[in-house]
Design a binder for this molecule. Sequence first.
Ligand code: ZN
Length: 168
Amino acid sequence: MRCPNCKNSSLTGEAELLRTEVVAGVEYRAHLPGWLCANCNGGYVKAVIHKDYQKRLALAVSKGPPQGDAFRIMRRWLGISQLEMQKFFGVRGESICRWERGRRKVPLSAWYLLAVIVQETAEKGHSSTLDRLYELNGLDPIESLDLYKGNPIHMPPPKRGRPRYVPI
Ligand SMILES: [Zn+2]
């Protein structure tokens, strides 16, 4: 295999590559199996390994301190755009950017929601919470709704004893 960077030499045998990243003040370390280039000293891992690493990092930061840089890692891993985030949280255009750059504090409600979605997705490969968020976002406004339409209520059979009545 040739080095994708310098294209000069073949990559020397397998190596364990140490990757460290500081997110929300926490250092995350990962030893990834890959290759080192003897010529340019670049390190490479298979795309599937990198994907797994990103998933583990997103899951780990979802359980760490609620800060902007961690928020960005989670959002990107889920593939949610800043524009979609604005709609989900009903905030102005620049807000998500400010949260992620640490200029504004990430609201805890937004943090928890995203963290739950990341954990669901990492554990089950899919998040029904995220599905519902997209669904709620795409709804058209309505003015009236019949709660029992197509599902009429039936009077339950009488029971022994004194029935309870509630004013309505
Ligand atoms: Zn190289």
